[in-house]
Every structure is written in structure tokens, then in C-alpha cells.
Design a binder for this molecule. Structure first.
Ligand code: SF4
Length: 58
């Protein structure tokens, strides 16, 4: 199930992925919560937000 999209930024998240449905101008994320993977990453380059949904999907 998709994460709820809020009408305001999630203040704890700064994100530049402007192609995401949850992205808001100013590098904000409007997802109520996000999930970051994978579990056994050893470097920040290996991590991704799995809550990402391509813009226009809703
Ligand atoms: S869901 Fe993830 S990729 Fe999308 S705006 Fe929020 S933090 Fe960025």
C-alpha cells in the first residue's frame, strides 16, 4: 500500500529527487514516512529510498 502523501513537507526529510510523486519544491518530501534500504549497506551510495514512486503515478 502506498504511503500517505501529506499536503505539507515531512520536516525530517530533505530530498532532491524531483521525479518522485512525493517531492515538493524546495527539496521537501511529503511522504508521511519513508523507507530506506538495503539493510546491509556499507556506504551511503548504496542506500536508496524505496518509498519513491514515479511522479504522476497517483
Ligand atoms: S519518497 Fe523518498 S524519493 Fe520521494 S521525495 Fe520522499 S524521500 Fe525523496
Amino acid at each position: 500500500m502506498a504511503i500517505k502523501k501529506m499536503d505539507k513537507p515531512n520536516e525530517g526529510v530533505n530530498c532532491v529527487v524531483s521525479t518522485c510523486e512525493y517531492y515538493m519544491n524546495g527539496d521537501h518530501c511529503t511522504a508521511e514516512k519513508i523507507q530506506v534500504e538495503p539493510r546491509h549497506a556499507t556506504d551511503s551510495n548504496q542506500t536508496d529510498c524505496s518509498t519513491f514512486i514515479k511522479k504522476g503515478a497517483f
